[in-house]
Design a protein around this ligand. Structure first.
Ligand code: GLA
Length: 410
């Protein structure tokens, strides 16, 4: 029933383009167009991308990609939901061959890209690649060949290699209209007949959340992240405002994770992971997990937090207060629970308080709060409050007890 009510509200808001109040919580206006009809990314993509840990350095090569795929299986990351092993810029030779085809870098990928994709597939995982909607990619001396004007040829080649995911960047775009460039690649990918998750990476420059829900499965909302609390914080603040535009098959992308890269504290990395999850962001691991500490793996494999990100309702969490750097974000979950993140942006510990009704929890006389990091549970008659360390986040699952008998699951 509840799911049906939400579906009706979503449909209604698509029609009228207005905010709708459902079950005590404002469900913001839906995006202007239907989601891309490729059936992919019904929940935010999860996986790995090498960029944040390697950039173009020599450690980015076939051995690394295979090692990550091995580790996905052996370390439990695959079981936790991570699926894509994606490679970023610098995988290609600087020039196309005489037929105009892209050529894998002979040093990094001596056996080609298909061999790597086959290896990844052999582990029951999916493989992703990178290009740019320009004449050159973003990095290397002068960049590597981009897809602008080569969309059909490149997409066909990638499909023949077994590519399952494309990150399509924005460098060297010659001033051609973004919608036109990204739509051309959408159509080229569709023409291959292979399901390929399509990630737009134009850094939010053309407000893709206003036009890309039927172009790509996800779109970057900001410039590049780096391994610093300040940058993670500023990206969070920009991305959290865009909750109205995300949904199954079309997500806001605040960029890849920095968890484990070493320049933030574990408290800050837990905030990063919690905030990305409550914002229904893609969870693409950006550290070289072959060298990960156990603290890093514990963060990345927190399946309770991952479940918030991957919830099938597909609603991005909404910030309901942020006074004095004390943020409260709430996200409705399938089955009627709520996730609530209490994030302390400031440099000193602080108590952050809200209530079951303010976060839109089902009406009840008491609620069970499960702390998704400590796993502690407690009961409340309404107040949801925690002492949160500097730069820290407490994230709860709020469950109404007992479930109201009038509401049955649809
Ligand atoms: C851009 C993107 C990054 C990365 C690099 C590669 O900066 O935003 O995520 O792909 O290009 O050169």
């Amino acid at each position: 029933m509840r799911r049906r009510i939400l579906a009706v509200c979503t449909a209604l808001s698509t029609v009228v383009g207005a905010a709708v109040v459902a079950l005590g919580v404002t469900v913001s206006a839906a995006p202007p167009a239907l989601a891309l009809d490729n059936g992919l990314a019904k929940t935010p993509p999860m996986g790995f991308n090498n960029w944040n840990s390697t950039h173009c350095s020599g450690t980015f090569n076939e051995g690394m990609v295979k090692g990550i795929a091995d580790l996905f299986v052996s370390s439990g990351l695959k079981a936790a939901g991570y699926q894509y092993v994606n490679i970023d810029d610098c995988w290609a030779e600087p020039t196309r061959d005489s037929s105009g085809n892209l050529v894998p870098n002979r040093t990094r990928f001596p056996n080609g890209i298909k061999a790597v994709a086959d290896y990844v597939h052999g582990k029951g995982l999916k493989f992703g690649l990178y290009s740019s909607a320009g004449i050159k990619t973003c990095n290397g001396t002068g960049g590597f060949p981009g897809g602008l004007g080569h969309e059909r040829q490149d997409a066909a080649l990638w499909a023949s290699w077994g590519v399952d995911y494309l990150k399509y960047d924005n460098c060297n775009n010659q001033g051609v209209d973004a919608k036109q460039r990204y739509t051309a690649m959408r159509d080229a990918l569709a023409a291959t007949g292979r399901p390929i998750t399509y990630s737009l990476c134009e850094w939010g420059q053309n407000k893709p959340w206003t036009w890309a829900s039927n172009v790509g499965n996800l779109w970057r909302t900001t410039g590049d992240i780096n391994d610093s609390y300040a940058k993670m914080l500023s990206i969070f603040k920009a991305n959290v405002k865009l909750d109205a535009f995300a949904g199954p098959g079309h997500w806001n992308d605040p960029d890849m994770l920095e968890v484990g890269n070493g320049k933030m504290s574990d408290t800050e990395y837990r905030s990063h992971f919690s905030l990305w999850s409550i914002m229904s962001a893609p969870l693409l691991i950006g550290s070289d997990i072959r060298k990960a500490s156990s603290a890093t793996m514990t963060i990345l494999e927190n399946t309770d937090v991952i479940a918030v990100d991957q919830d099938t309702l597909g609603v991005q969490g909404k910030e309901i207060s942020s006074a004095n750097g004390l943020h409260v974000i709430t996200k409705p979950l399938a089955g009627g629970d709520r996730a609530v993140a209490l994030f302390n942006e400031t440099g000193s510990s602080a108590t952050i308080s809200t209530s079951a009704s303010a976060v839109g929890a089902r009406s009840a006389s008491s609620w069970q709060l499960t702390d998704l990091w400590s796993k502690a549970t407690r009961s409340t008659t309404g107040t949801i409050s925690a002492k949160v360390p500097a730069h820290g986040t407490v994230i709860y699952r709020v469950h109404a007890v007992p479930a109201p008998s009038a509401v049955t699951e649809g």
